[in-house]
Ligand binder design. Sequence first.
Ligand code: BT5
Length: 320
Amino acid sequence: MNRVGEVLGFLRESPGYVSGDYISSRLNLSRTAVWKYINQLKQMGYSFDTLKGKGYGLRSAPDRLYPWEIERHLHTSLIGRTIAYKDSVDSTNGLAFSMALADAAEGTCVVAETQKAGKGRLKRKWFSPYGKNLYLSVILHPKLHPARVYPITFLSSIAVHDTLTELGLKPTLKWPNDVLVNGRKLCGTLLELSTEADLVRFVIVGIGLNINMRRGDLGEEIRAKATSMLIEMKNPFERARVCGMLLDNLEAYYDMLSKDGVAKLCRVWEERAQIKGVRMEVVQMANVVRGVAEGVDEDGALLLNDNGTIRKIIAGDVTF
Ligand code: BT5
């Protein structure tokens, strides 16, 4: 946690007022430095009561994804131990990718309040209004062959699924990367990877989760097919808390992947998705494949039974 977060921590811990002298002695900072950090916090949207002779009292905190706000809800040892925060960025995946190329540690995350060029799969756009949702990218170094990396998308969907369930929603999963509620998309994952010979150098797990977006915020093009936690539950959520819970779940499933392998991850995804026996249609460019789902294999491919022939689907958009 940086100094700003530490100063805030003291103010948060104490129900009444905290004197600048107390903070400066506890953090080994000058009084001027403390005053500077308090001013910085004010600029970031925090508000304080000041009482002569008593010091500062925290009155309100803004709804922002500042790293120290997320850290309050985090219990991980790897994922989210370093969080880069941006007010605005082209794409959190793009930034995480360049940080990974510059050797950022595994588990490093990027979060942003908005993305100017949020990416979906196949050069699609991810709608990213300011200050409402979660745009998150995580750098991972899985010890997998590049061909076996794809199921990490499932890791993300399962972690989101469990987080939403813990918060009272009833999510469903759609192959390959969607989390839906009441048939509408609430979350998508975009994996990007860098490989070296037969090794994965790193994977960027990009997660877009709609939290406090209202129906009126939705762009025309996704109005009918997207939703948010607020729309479904009729109340707003603390985004930093949702993010902390999600990172905890991501780490738990990442540990499971390291311990039990890709096959286990695929089985858990199948179980959550309840996909077996469901009749579905997959659109691949100009091609449409129909069949009954048999599950997913260890490459993350969808297995469709088309009148006795098992078709292995590695890309496409599912409808059922
Ligand atoms: C995805 O692609 O679902 C992957 C989305 C990943 C977004 C995250 S945000 C953080 C990180 N940084 C990035 O730049 N990206 C990742 P796909 O399955 O191709 O779905 C894209 C389609 O979903 C679009 O063509 C729209 O129809 C729809 N869509 C766009 N924005 C949406 C939103 N906010 N909520 C629901 N649906 C959306």
